[in-house]
Design a protein around this ligand. Structure first.
Ligand code: SF4
Length: 78
């Protein structure tokens, strides 16, 4: 799955939402989230993010690895 990291917090540009072919990017209070089971790993969202907040899960910078869990928790709460 692709994951939205720290740069999105309080930015929520939403360019990725327009780009996602399966509409799996959801809006939370302070950031956007990618549904890990709905994401088809197409990568279309990554280059359009103006703050470069989107990473493939294996490419998350070390200090942002926690966003994988933060993301999963968001969807468990739905
Ligand atoms: Fe949507 Fe593709 Fe981005 Fe996954 S990688 S969130 S399917 S645009």
């Amino acid at each position: 799955t692709y994951v939205i990291g720290l740069p999105c917090v309080d930015v929520k540009d939403r360019a990725c939402v327009e780009e996602c072919p399966v509409d799996c990017i959801y809006e939370g209070e302070r950031t956007l989230y990618i549904h890990p089971e709905e994401c088809v790993d197409c990568g279309a969202c990554e280059p359009v993010c103006p703050v470069e907040a989107i990473y493939y899960e294996d490419d998350l910078p070390g200090d942002q690895e926690k966003f994988l869990d933060i993301n999963a928790e968001f969807f468990n709460e739905l």
